[in-house]
Structure formats: structure tokens, C-alpha cells
Design a protein around this ligand. Structure first.
Ligand SMILES: Cc1cc2nc3c(=O)[nH]c(=O)nc-3n(C[C@H](O)[C@H](O)[C@H](O)COP(=O)(O)O)c2cc1C
Length: 220
């Protein structure tokens, strides 16, 4: 089939301004605490935002971990981790774990977290979290000088009782949401910001646009 050329009606980008962080429009997400355990059984966790869930069955998580972290060492030692989704009451712990290294402080003890028995691995769940997922490292992918990507296969998922309806967070379940870093006009970071969930809305599948282009059943 011959393709016809389409001419594009280009508009000036007057409605946009440059964001000074590459992924700014995708800033708001649930932050994660990545829990690990060393060969000598020490527990540790860091705050991570460079992660993405991938695929249904098997479901995997890709998370970028810097080589200088204690988490990196513990991932190599045990090949297992837990990713914890904090509630909005855990902001203090999320901020703390994102700045302090387990190389300097026993963060698990300092934060006073509750170690809950996992189902499949030997790294604890965080009792205070809104949800925890257990992973086994199935791949480690070099990603530049400073970090590697770790691919974790989901082995078990634990969601706080009453926090979800079906597969969704309830409106009043209060997961913590990370918004990103605010910068001054000259590019100085003014702090990282967090927010709270306020409403849950159902997507509109009665949308006129969707209905117009959904494949219609044969009318024979
Ligand atoms: C909001 C936020 C997100 C972060 N995301 C990541 C991340 O995805 N990967 C990473 O290696 N470090 C990330 N960091 C930095 C680590 O949390 C930090 O270096 C931590 O102190 C390392 O702890 P550890 O040495 O105990 O493993 C992030 C920090 C903050 C504040």
C-alpha cells in the first residue's frame, strides 16, 4: 500500500518552558525503600526513585543502584531484596534513608522499623509500610560508570489490609507520593517534595473518542 505524505500543522511551543530535570513530567510516584540484608545478616535500606515495574507474568522490577551504596554490596551478597511502599506517615524515614548510608549508620535500628517475616526470601518486609514486594535478582545490567540496573523477579506481594479495593489503593489509604526536586531559577536545588493522594477516579471508557475508534462487532 502506498503511503500518502501527511503535512503537520506545527505550532510554536509557547505553552511550554524548559524543565531543568529530564524526567520532570513523570515526577509524581510512590517512592520505594529498597531493603537488603548482608551476608553477615545486617539489615539495610535506601530510598530509591530510579525504578520501573515491567511486565505481567512474570512481573519484574528494574531498579538502578549506585555502586557506592551499601545496598549495592548487599544485593551482590544475597541476590534478594524487598521493595517497600511507604505510607505518608513515613516521610521522615524516606528522607533519612535517601541521604544517610548504611556504611555510616545502622539505618534499620535508627529508624526503629518492624521486621516482618517474608514468604519466599530472607530479607524482611517493613511492618509500617503500605505494601512490600519480595524479589530475587535475575539479572544485573551494567549501566554506566556509577550504577547497575538490577532486575528483580516478583516472588511475593504483600499489601496492607484494608488499603486496597480490588487491585487499587483506596482513597483513604494514604500512600506517600514523591514529587521531585524544586530548583531555583539559577538551578540550585531547593529541596525534594512529597505529597499525599487526595482522590481516586475511574477512567471514562464511555469517552466519545474511544467509542468512535473501538473496533465494532460485525453487523451481519
Ligand atoms: C528521593 C531519592 C531517590 C533516590 N533514588 C535512588 C535510586 O534509585 N538509586 C540509588 O542508588 N540511590 C538513590 N538515592 C540515593 C540513596 O538513597 C542514597 O545514596 C543512600 O544514602 C544510599 O544508602 P546505602 O549506602 O545505605 O545503600 C535516592 C535518594 C533520594 C533522596
Amino acid at each position: 500500500m502506498k503511503r500518502t505524505e501527511t503535512s503537520v500543522d506545527w505550532q510554536d511551543p509557547d505553552m511550554f518552558e524548559a524543565g531543568n530535570h529530564g524526567n520532570k513530567p513523570f515526577g509524581i510516584r510512590v517512592p520505594s525503600l529498597v531493603v537488603t540484608r548482608g551476608a553477615k545478616n545486617r539489615l539495610n535500606f535506601l530510598t530509591a526513585m530510579w525504578f520501573t515495574p515491567t511486565g505481567f507474568e512474570p512481573s519484574r522490577m528494574i531498579v538502578a543502584i549506585q555502586k557506592r551504596t551499601l545496598t549495592y554490596d548487599f544485593l551482590l551478597e544475597r541476590g534478594e531484596f524487598v521493595m517497600s511502599a511507604p505510607t505518608d506517615k513515613m516521610m521522615d524515614i524516606v528522607v533519612f534513608a535517601g541521604y544517610i548510608s548504611g556504611r555510616d549508620v545502622d539505618k534499620w535500628q535508627a529508624a526503629g522499623l518492624t521486621a516482618v517475616k517474608p514468604a519466599k526470601i530472607s530479607v524482611p518486609l517493613i511492618g509500617e509500610a503500605i505494601g512490600n514486594v519480595e524479589y530475587r535478582v535475575v539479572q544485573q545490567i551494567p549501566f554506566g560508570e556509577e550504577m547497575d540496573l538490577f532486575v528483580g523477579e516478583v516472588l511475593a506481594t504483600h499489601v496492607r489490609k484494608g488499603a486496597v479495593e480490588g487491585e487499587l489503593y483506596r482513597e483513604d489509604s494514604n500512600p506517600l507520593l514523591y514529587m521531585g526536586t524544586k530548583y531555583s531559577p539559577d538551578g540550585k536545588p531547593l529541596g525534594k517534595f512529597y505529597t499525599h493522594m487526595s482522590t481516586v477516579e475511574r477512567a471514562n471508557y464511555e469517552s466519545p473518542l474511544l467509542r468512535k475508534y473501538l473496533p465494532q462487532p460485525n453487523k451481519e
